[in-house]
Design a protein around this ligand. Structure first.
Ligand SMILES: C[S@@+](CC[C@H](N)C(=O)[O-])C[C@H]1O[C@@H](n2cnc3c(N)ncnc32)[C@H](O)[C@@H]1O
Length: 320
């Protein structure tokens, strides 16, 4: 076992002794949606990929799983024309002070038609794009000028300040934390669902994909970037597949989530099982330096493909 294993174990034990509420206060946020440029980059990447894959690029209602430190990605979507935004998380990382700051910064980025921040600024972020120019072929000047009118910006801000209240306005923002049940919103009510670096963390993955299918309107689609790496919990990027369930349970401690350790093939299997048609499945690869004999028994089935797939960008449609 390596040093990262023992550090992860110790963190899990600490998380097991500190009450969950206090642990949340002392633990760091998630790190990504802390900035407007990150949020802008993620939203536009999902949108550009949707366009590339002939998927609808003017959704009215969207849902996001795991927004993290702010609702920034959804706010970028609202600025570009979305009217209704649902966000679902298991920990309330986002607060309105940060949301408002990010929202104001996002408006500046959209007004300037800023280029999409690329690998030089965010080397870890995927999906990669062929071009990082502002996508005027998707968000035309006429469209964006309308979306950026003062009245509309005021309505988004108003919705942000009233998140969670009963809505009557056209623009609505709902932040559900925690959420556990697919009945929380209406069936077949969403045009697009996305997540960034979330589906490797969720528990009950099969139920999650069934739920996303249920929420989407026929013809709607989902868009996910998933990271299969060990998130620093092992010295090898795929070393988490050599740990026993028992060690993993201790590492998790009382945290609300850690990693579900499901490989690429499992996601693909469950997406099909839920009823989706996969439109795009870009796999990011790295060498595996783990010998198969060191895999724990529940991971012995991993193919060479799984063992070398560090991440994937997947878009899938609920057929009409
Ligand atoms: C690594 S963070 C990513 C945050 C954000 N998407 C970003 O790009 O910065 C993972 C997020 O997934 C959330 N999460 C974990 N399990 C979840 C679940 N079952 N449903 C919704 N969100 C979940 C976490 O609370 C956290 O906000």
């Amino acid at each position: 076992m390596n040093i990262k294993f023992y550090i992860a174990l110790a963190k899990g034990i600490i998380a097991g002794y500190i009450p969950a509420g206090l642990y949340r206060l002392v633990s760091k946020g998630t790190g990504g949606t802390i900035s407007a440029r990150y949020s802008y980059s993620i939203w536009l990447r999902h949108l550009v990929m949707a366009y590339k894959n002939n998927l609808p690029t003017q959704p009215d209602t969207i849902a996001e799983l795991g927004p993290g430190d702010s609702l920034g990605i959804g706010l970028a979507a609202l600025i570009s024309g979305v009217n209704k935004y649902y966000a679902f998380d298991v920990i309330k990382y986002a607060d309105n002070q940060r949301n408002i700051k990010i929202f104001d910064d996002l408006i500046v980025l959209f007004r300037k038609r800023e280029k999409i921040p690329d690998e030089t600024e965010f080397p870890e972020i995927k999906p990669y794009l062929e071009s990082y120019e502002f996508p005027t072929h998707i968000l035309s000047d006429d469209h964006l000028n309308l979306m950026l009118k003062n009245d509309r910006i005021k309505s988004i801000k108003n919705a942000l300040l009233n998140t969670g209240k009963t809505h009557s306005d056209k623009i609505q923002i709902s932040y559900f934390v925690p959420w556990h049940n697919s009945n929380i919103i209406k069936e077949a009510s969403v045009d697009m669902i996305y997540s960034q670096a979330v589906l490797e963390h969720v528990e009950y993955l099969e139920y999650i994909y069934e739920t996303l299918y249920r929420w989407l309107k026929p013809g709607g689609f989902m868009s996910h970037q998933i990271d299969f790496k060990s998130h620093g919990l092992a010295s090898e990027w795929n070393g988490h597949w050599t740990y026993s369930d028992f060690a993993w349970k201790i590492m998790r401690g009382k945290r609300s989530y850690l990693l579900n350790r499901e490989p690429h093939s499992k996601h693909i299997e469950l997406i099909h099982k839920a009823g989706f048609e996969i439109i795009c499945d870009i796999q990011y690869k790295n060498k595996s330096r783990i010998q198969k004999k060191y895999l724990k028994s529940k991971f012995k089935y991993l193919s060479d493909d799984d063992l070398t797939t560090t991440g994937a960008f997947i878009q899938a449609v609920k057929k009409r």
